[in-house]
Design a protein around this ligand. Sequence first.
Ligand SMILES: [Zn+2]
Length: 71
Amino acid sequence: MTGKCPSCQQLIGTVNVQPIDAYEGTKTWKAGVFTCPLCRSILSVSLDEGYRAQWIVGEIKKVIANTNRSS
Ligand SMILES: [Zn+2]
């Protein structure tokens, strides 16, 4: 399956991925940056799955806490 790079408009069948650090204030997480193999434009950045899972659990806990507070 191929897609078109939004920067160079070429059809690409692969992307390059590189590990990168993502910063939020003083916190650091592992992330991956996906780039076009032809022009090296950044196509996407994704946070480490473990961090995403922790973040989702934190958001669910907030919703539960707010639900219990209002009832
Ligand atoms: Zn490109």
